[in-house]
Design a protein around this ligand. Sequence first.
Ligand code: NAI
Length: 330
Amino acid sequence: TTYYDSDADLSVLDDATVAMIGYGNQGRSQALNLRDSGVEVVVGNRDDEYRERIEDDGFEALSIADAAERGDVICLLIPDEVAPEVFDTEIEPGLDEGNAIYVSHGYNLTYDLLQPPETADVVLVAPRMGGWAVRELYESGDGFPSVLAVEQDYTGDAKATALAMAKGIGSTRAGVIEGTADMETKIDLLSEQALLPIMMAAMTTKFEVEVAHGIPPKIVMSELYLSYEMAEIFEEMAERGYLGQLPFHSRTSQYGQLSRFDQFDPEPLREFYEEQLQGIDNGSFAREWSAEQELDRPGLKRLYKKYRNSAFFEAERETMERLDFGAEDD
Ligand code: NAI
């Protein structure tokens, strides 16, 4: 089911206080949108550089524990890696029966890392959008899609609360699709663990082939994404669909794209997707990542180091330094 503005009733939050825990990408944008929608919002944050922005924006900056204590809907919008511990130590002690816990990503629920008490509602509204756009699209009146899920309905009103929150942040304007936290976790992680790696492999391999055939790395890189042409194509795809934007390309390009798409063998990709999805489903990725974090991320650091010095990313860096559109070429 997809829900729009008319399906959501903001007045269910009339007597409620929303406690925004975290004031980063999502926290700030969602807090500002909710306040502009007439919802009472307090912000809880640890004592770090985000604190100042909270007061600059005219919110009272409370400690996490104080905000959670005051809130009826407690939004957990801090990094997923730290959320379970912060919840256990600073939020749960101040929870009242019937409070709602609100998250914007399913990860900690899917892997039982976050375990809210049975006496709470648990809802998810996950914008398919980065934090800055959540604010910008609210201000422009456009809205943005989200996935909505009710994971625990203690009060019987969890769905109404979730819908009101989705409306308050401006998402029901564009449409909110109901699913489960697990589905949201899956599509998110599979994009991260398969789609983006496949796209990066497709580009680095194209680079290697073209450079091996004598084309200067700078020319190769400029065609890939540094010129923003790819970004524009993706923008048109979002606007008109893939086929809808094809006529903006030359006929040669249209024929080249569709005929080779038709010939391409997706089976190895399907296998890779299936393999990653299995690791997402059976929790082996989550265990791997938890272990990695316990050791202070040695694997992530090693991978950054490995790729920072690869031919592809060196060419990318050099091209970015030199390729200044509109400026004189060297
Ligand atoms: P962020 O990285 O911008 O969070 C920063 C906030 O977390 C600050 O308020 C900071 O004070 C607080 N914080 C950081 N470490 C902390 C700690 N150890 N203890 C207490 N507070 C701490 O987070 P972001 O990107 O806004 O993500 C929040 C949630 O939204 C996550 O569940 C994420 O998966 C989800 N999400 C994020 C999107 C994005 O645009 N980045 C898109 C959709 C969902």
